[in-house]
Design a protein around this ligand. Structure first.
Ligand SMILES: Cc1cc2nc3c(=O)[nH]c(=O)nc-3n(C[C@H](O)[C@H](O)[C@H](O)COP(=O)(O)OP(=O)(O)OC[C@H]3O[C@@H](n4cnc5c(N)ncnc54)[C@H](O)[C@@H]3O)c2cc1C
Length: 457
């Protein structure tokens, strides 16, 4: 007999059915399940520097991801209730309409999402009989696997990884299988006979989608996320040379490109990690296969930092409380953003970001360093612009990495400054990357704008 009559599953940045602890546990323990997703009103706000908090690339990717789960669920006689606004208010409306015994949800590391969890706890005061069941869907390691408390989180990644290494999983970590779906209670359909999936434009009416030229391999949804894992590991075997190619700038397979699916939770880090272990077992285990798994711990680390420091990682002075430039050039910032600084290496990456929503890790480091240490613009400007443009925007990873390069985050070094000339020579020696994104440079290099600043090293 089911433990609960009716449960609600609140999908957040875990929009998938496989390895979704919340969805799995709700389904196996309840007679009826109400899957629910809300496009949070925070998405429609403007950041402190005036950028929209979501742009066309991520909006499309997120929408497609939600649509994919909707289709999967309706295909098996269930559904996904999709709303826009404050998710807690929307849950409240559902609770007013239907009797709910339990709410299952994945806990998230970042501040704003944590605030929502606190609001949910307050809602429980109105409905004390509703049981709240928090789950862990976002990180690779579960909190009980960590060999330290959050309070004692090591202050830099190396120290963290030295600790975590001791408990590194060598066998598949629990992946919750996709359960057999449960129906919504009939009262739901009686009260909402026309409840279907809203259109993308009705969710994001202010976004102009007509210019989107998204790389075709970044298609939102659990199905495409799994396909990408299959392709990068099993079909192309690109994982076997990841360590040598991961600093690449052009093409599909220099790195895994898993990040957009990870950010919305269309695939889980645990699923990827298990696939790597399986690959090592069945095909090859080498430095590269190890290294891809290792990179996932950077993601976990920044989540723990976000969880520990809360709002502080989003503040200009960061967790080190470091003074930021007060006077800075708006004009330089515009050039950086538009890819017109006169430094083709930087401009190419910024154009790639704007056109596709993606940028390699190597170039993210370069453009961030350039903004902060060469143009002397507050790092938050760059972080907020990335939030707007990045397809794989993830609060902990984005603000964590920006803080790291700015020297206000979890890093023993004061600053991380990159010599962009050296970087261009090392990573784009034949100018292929630059010419790809700035084709006019090949035709008439002399007409390219002059650099806006003189670099100092
Ligand atoms: C300024 C700056 C901002 C960034 N913002 C984001 C962001 O918003 N979202 C995001 O997912 N990553 C962010 N990163 C980290 C990193 O650049 C991307 O995760 C990576 O480029 C994604 O490509 P990939 O999936 O091919 O990575 P791979 O090289 O194939 O790595 C596999 C996975 O490991 C994780 N990973 C690798 N490097 C990092 C890292 N430095 N920090 C955290 N996780 C990492 C990612 O989940 C990635 O998908 C940022 C880095 C910088 C320097």
């Amino acid at each position: 007999m089911a433990t609960y009559h009716t449960s609600l599953v609140w999908f957040r940045n875990d929009v998938r059915l496989t390895d979704n602890e919340a969805y799995y546990k709700a389904t196996v323990s309840s007679q009826f399940v109400i899957p629910f997703f809300c496009f949070d009103e925070h998405l429609f706000e403007t950041s402190s520097f005036g950028f929209p908090r979501i742009g066309e690339h991520r909006a499309t990717f997120l929408y497609d991801t939600v649509a994919n789960v909707y289709e999967q669920l309706t295909g098996v006689g269930s559904s996904l209730i999709i709303r826009k606004g404050n998710p807690i208010e929307e849950i409240k409306k559902i609770a007013q309409q239907l009797h709910i015994d339990a709410i299952f949800y994945g806990q998230e590391p970042a501040w704003e999402e944590k605030q929502r969890e606190s609001q949910l706890q307050k809602l429980q005061q109105i409905y004390p009989k509703v049981k709240l069941i928090p789950c862990e869907n976002f990180s690779l390691l579960r909190s009980e696997q960590l060999p330290f408390s959050l309070q004692n989180l090591p202050t830099n990644f190396t120290a963290y990884f030295n600790e975590v290494k001791k408990v590194l999983p060598t066998t598949p970590i629990t992946v919750f299988p996709k359960p057999v779906a449960k129906k919504l209670p009939q009262e739901w359909y009686d009260g909402n006979p026309d409840d279907t999936i809203p259109t993308k434009l009705s969710i994001f009416p202010k976004i102009d989608f007509t210019n989107a030229t998204q790389e075709t391999y970044f298609v939102g949804g659990e199905h495409f996320g799994k396909e990408r894992v299959k392709e990068y590991l099993w079909k192309s075997n690109a994982i076997q040379v990841y360590k040598e190619t991961r600093n690449g700038l052009l093409g599909k397979n220099y790195s895994s490109k898993f990040s957009p699916w990870l950010a919305v939770g269309a695939i889980s880090a645990r699923y990827i990690y298990d696939e790597i272990l399986r690959y090592e077992e069945e095909r090859v285990a080498n430095d590269s296969t190890y290294w891809l798994g290792y990179e996932l711990f950077w993601r976990d680390y920044f989540q723990l930092v976000a969880k520990k420091y809360g709002k502080q990682i989003f503040l200009p002075r960061g967790i080190k409380n470091k003074q930021q430039p007060i006077e800075w050039s708006r004009e330089f910032a515009e050039h950086w953003k538009n890819g017109t600084t006169g430094f083709p290496f930087i401009d190419a990456a910024m154009r790639e970001l704007r056109q596709t929503g993606f940028m390699s890790n190597r170039m993210r480091q370069n453009v961030a360093s350039f903004l902060i240490h060469d143009l002397h613009i507050p790092w938050l400007y760059g972080a907020e612009y990335f939030e707007y443009q990045l397809l794989d925007y993830d609060a902990s990873s984005n603000y964590g990495n920006w803080g790291y390069i700015a020297g206000v985050g979890c890093d023993p070094r004061e600053v991380r400054k990159f010599n962009i000339h050296k970087q261009a020579q090392t990573y784009d020696p034949y100018g292929e990357f630059v010419h790809h994104w700035i084709p006019e440079l090949k035709k008439s290099p002399s007409s390219y704008p002059s650099p806006i600043v003189k670099l100092q090293f």
